[in-house]
Write a protein that binds this ligand. Structure first.
Ligand code: ATP
Ligand code: MG
Length: 294
């Protein structure tokens, strides 16, 4: 799987009179990890919706590897390697962790009912591959002890980890993540940086990450885009954005303590990646990364 390039040009989306996205241009290199931040209602989710096809642009273009996405129906965009997570994690509460992972493999590579019912050899082989892929995801994300738990029984943090594991199975080339740490405790949120890093390592995908956890964004992303009322008000490397008065005025000023923490956090993380993993393993109720896995 090769990472995809994303080019958003003068994109606009309106809901009635509200200009939710108002002339946004973003250029993302293949394999980059880009953070998209900004106050509530600034248009971040709407921009992801436009890229994944949940809403239509009223102006502008969005290209994946130079190809205009307007020609691809939302349900076909997964075939291009475009995968997205939602602000509220959408997993079936009654299924077990293993079933959820098997189901998402099914959705990716369906095997016909006929072939399955008659146990055709290739259908059996496909079934075995599916189980192996689900097993790998369970191991990679340390979900072994939750394998048979129903989704409804899990903590929000662990549910999010399952959500990330399904993403890994989808083999994304461009991954859109909408607030993966929303609604989970700070301690659990800290456990997400290594998980997201691991997804990036394993898939090599280009990632666009929407997140209110400023330290997480600054430690993880190579580039950061700040939005306010549907527009981009600042963009650049974490250092550039941290020093940009427009970014501070729009968003970061409200959390200056968080920005300071993000600086400390970023320095620390480069040197203490191992310690970080140990910290993750120490977080109770949260699945953890096993670094020795494939
Ligand atoms: N389905 C919708 N119908 C009408 N207006 C909408 C709809 N979705 C979003 N909006 C409006 O569009 C604007 C942008 O909303 P959006 O959800 O994209 O912001 P956001 O940056 O993701 O915010 P948050 O950080 O709270 O998730 C807001 O003014 C919002 O009220
Ligand atoms: Mg949102």
């Amino acid at each position: 799987m090769t990472a995809a390039a994303l080019e958003v040009r003068d994109a606009a989306v309106s809901y009635g009179g509200v200009h939710a996205v108002d002339g946004v241009s973003i250029s993302v290199e293949p394999g980059a990890v880009v953070g998209l931040i900004g106050p509530n209602g600034s248009g971040k989710t709407t921009l992801l919706d436009a890229i994944s096809g949940q809403v239509r642009l009223s102006a502008g273009t969005i290209e994946l590897d130079g190809e205009d996405l307007v020609d691809h129906l939302p349900e076909n965009r997964a075939d291009l390697g475009l995968v997205r997570s939602f602000q509220d994690c959408r997993l079936y509460p009654e299924l077990s962790v293993e079933d959820v992972l098997l189901t998402s493999e099914d959705a990716r590579k369906p095997v016909g009912v006929f072939a399955t019912a008659f146990q055709l050899p290739w259908a059996r082989r496909r079934e075995r591959e599916k189980r192996e892929a689900a097993d790998r995801a369970i191991r990679s994300f340390g979900l072994g002890r939750f394998r048979d738990h129903r989704i409804a029984e899990l903590s929000t943090g662990t549910r999010r980890v399952v959500d990330l594991a399904t993403i890994l199975l989808a083999q994304p080339r461009l991954l859109l993540l909408d607030e993966p740490t929303a609604g989970i405790a700070q301690r659990e949120a800290e456990a997400f940086a290594p998980l997201l890093r691991r997804i990036h390592e394993v898939t090599g995908a280009t990632i666009l990450l929407v997140e209110h956890d400023v330290p997480l964004v600054f430690s993880l992303c190579t580039h950061i885009v700040v939005m306010e009322t549907g527009r981009v008000v600042a963009a650049g490397t974490p250092d550039e954005v941290r020093a940009d008065p427009a970014a501070v005025a729009a968003y970061l000023g409200a959390s200056s303590e968080a920005v300071q923490r993000s600086g400390v956090h970023a320095d620390h993380e480069q040197h203490l990646a191992r310690a970080d993993l140990r910290r993750v393993e120490a977080v109770e109720h949260t699945a953890f990364v096993t670094p020795d896995d494939d």
